[in-house]
Design a protein around this ligand. Structure first.
Ligand SMILES: Cc1ncc(COP(=O)(O)O)c(C=O)c1O
Length: 471
């Protein structure tokens, strides 16, 4: 493709993306295809000769788009949001245009230094401890893996990196922790049998007394309590583990404290929610995802550590071919995570932070929290529905329960209700299980969601409930 064709196609693609975002409500939120539908429309062998961009783009619209689930749809209430923004999309375009691989300072000094700046800005915006140092990772899963690897090295005096796992290192998570903690624990060599799932209270938050009991029990058995993964904003219900108390316990028993705030992290920008983050001063590492609830295209996860030297000592490999003249003066982020190669993720974050400013972002977050409160009240005021967990932010867990259906049948009713709601294509919400009960999750956090969409979702929920009862 020559420059003129690139320009022409580029303009057309930006037009397409602008129209897509403007008209997104015309699509069903969730893809309506069966397994194999997309593959069956694409040749199984690669083309011998290059094809024209018009044909490729045509197939993108005809074949790919019908197989996409539309995460930017205002009726998106599933999982957690992964919102983008025009500003972030444009920065991604520039990033792709430059195609830089930013593994060390020298391979793009601006990428490294901008990463230092935006992680510092975010630290200030979220009121995180001043002495923390930040780095951008692809996902929270990777950041949690880094935390567990660092905790393992710190606890073993860097001997596991030298000799492999010897001794019984144990990690602790709540029963409500995200699966990435277990995955990280397995990859880091702790072994599933050495992951303790600590009981939660009626708000689905980790019980500190149970944590301490488990740590002491392990110590008595000659095990080595190594790390706690606490969650601020659990995936199922948005619960906040009591960081203050967990920090005190970790300090007392010399255990690493990692915080997974993948979804809820941005709420630390809000004065009225800051009490949920109390206790950060005793935290060793912390991750949150601007790619969830901070207008930044997937992927972009910000990871902070109290002591970067422990992280770089864990990760650093120093082959001759990667050495540069500036290694003593600069940060080489290749030593701050698992992959060597790194995308220039700081650019989109910079565009977002500058375009919205702290106040713009606070307003954006507060509106979702207000809508969460609005939806929570609809549930509370309706005798046929019940709230299943405290809703601190935009995530509301609820279910139908008017007392006429019991036990397993009630779970089945709610499952069918969810299927009915989602089959309409106007909204998409997902489920979880809380206290062995099937629960619907209404996760409000999409950039384009307004009150009318939340009202509409509630109408659909009520209508589908009636339909199901009339069956
Ligand atoms: C609390 C929590 N932690 C971690 C993750 C995993 O995030 P990522 O996809 O960035 O690894 C999620 C995903 O929803 C989450 O809710």
């Amino acid at each position: 493709m020559n420059t003129d064709e690139f320009r022409k196609n580029g303009y057309a693609f930006v037009d397409w993306a602008a129209d897509y975002l403007e008209e997104i409500e015309k699509y069903p939120v969730k893809a309506r295809v069966k397994p194999g539908d997309i593959k069956s429309q694409i040749p199984g062998s690669p083309p011998e000769k290059g094809e024209k961009m018009e044909e490729i783009f045509g197939d993108f619209k005809e074949i790919i788009i019908p197989g996409m689930t539309h995460w930017q749809h205002p009726g998106w209430f599933a999982y957690f949001p992964a919102n983008n923004s025009p500003e972030s999309i444009l920065a991604e375009l520039l990033t792709a245009g430059m195609g830089a691989q930013c593994m060390v300072w020298a391979t793009s000094p601006a990428a490294t230094e901008l990463e230092e700046v935006v992680t510092e800005w975010l630290k200030q915006m979220l009121h995180l401890p001043e002495d923390w140092a930040g780095v951008i990772q692809d996902t929270a899963s990777t950041a949690t893996l880094c935390a567990l690897l660092t905790a393992r090295e710190w606890k073993s005096n860097f001997q596991v990196n030298e000799k492999g796992m010897e001794g019984k290192f144990v990690i602790y998570v709540s029963q409500e922790a995200h699966s990435s903690a277990e995955k990280g624990g397995k990859i880091a060599g702790f072994g599933r049998g050495n992951i303790r799932y600590i009981e939660t209270d009626e708000k689905f938050a980790m019980k500190p007394e149970e944590l301490e009991r488990a740590i002491i029990e392990d110590q008595e058995k000659g095990m080595r309590p190594t790390a706690v993964v606490a969650t601020l904003g659990t995936t199922s219900s948005g619960a906040f583990d009591p960081l203050d108390e967990l920090g005190r316990i970790c300090k007392k028993h010399s255990v690493w404290l990692h915080v997974d705030a993948a979804y809820a992290g941005p709420a630390a920008m809000l004065e009225e929610k800051r009490h949920l983050f109390r206790g950060l001063e005793n935290v060793d590492s912390f991750v949150f995802n601007p790619h969830k609830w901070l207008l930044t295209n997937f992927d972009c996860s910000v990871y902070y550590v109290k002591n970067p030297e422990l992280l770089t000592r864990t990760m650093s490999i120093d082959p001759e071919y990667l050495k540069t003249a500036h290694d003593q003066e600069v940060k080489n982020f290749r030593d701050w995570g698992v992959p060597l190669g790194r995308r220039f993720r700081a650019l989109k974050l910079w565009f977002v932070l500058r375009s919205y400013g702290t106040e713009g972002l606070q307003e954006f977050l507060r509106e979702h929290i207000r809508l969460g409160e609005f939806f929570k009240n609809l549930v509370l005021e309706d005798p046929d529905f019940e709230l299943m967990a405290p809703a601190e932010l935009g995530l509301v867990c609820f279910r139908y329960n008017s007392g006429d259906i019991k036990g397993e049948n009630l779970d089945n009713f709610n499952r069918q209700l969810m299927e009915g709601i989602n089959s309409r294509g106007e909204v998409f919400l997902t489920h979880t299980v809380l206290g062995e009960k099937f629960v619907l999750r209404m996760a409000i956090g999409q950039r384009t969601t307004r009150e009318e969409h939340v009202r509409k979702a509630w109408e659909i929920i009520k209508e589908e409930t009636r339909n199901l009862k009339d069956k």
